[in-house]
Design a protein around this ligand. Structure first.
Ligand SMILES: [Zn+2]
Length: 88
């Protein structure tokens, strides 16, 4: 039986619980702290990789935004030069 991490949505308690392999429905357990059954199953490896992807995507987005910012500035400089030449 796989051991899964759960987090109680009621009190935030995190705990491990054995889950029947077919049990992809409701978590078959309750919070050991407050006995709430409103539990979130934590898929630790997936959560980590998802967080990494989010960080990577955010970094890429920032990098792209910075590149666009530089390109806009360069285009603006060229535009200013162009008008400056037209004035003469
Ligand atoms: Zn709880």
């Amino acid at each position: 039986m796989p051991l899964f991490d759960f987090r109680c949505r009621a009190c935030g308690q995190e705990f491990e619980s054995l889950v029947r392999s077919a049990g992809y429905g409701d978590p078959p357990t309750s919070c050991p702290s407050c006995q709430a059954v409103d539990l979130e199953r934590l898929l630790s490896s997936f959560a980590v990789s998802s967080a990494d992807k989010t960080r990577a995507a955010a970094a890429a987005k920032n990098k792209k935004a910075a590149a666009i910012g530089r390109a806009d500035t360069a285009a603006m400089d060229r535009e200013i030069d162009h008008h400056r030449h037209e004035d003469h």
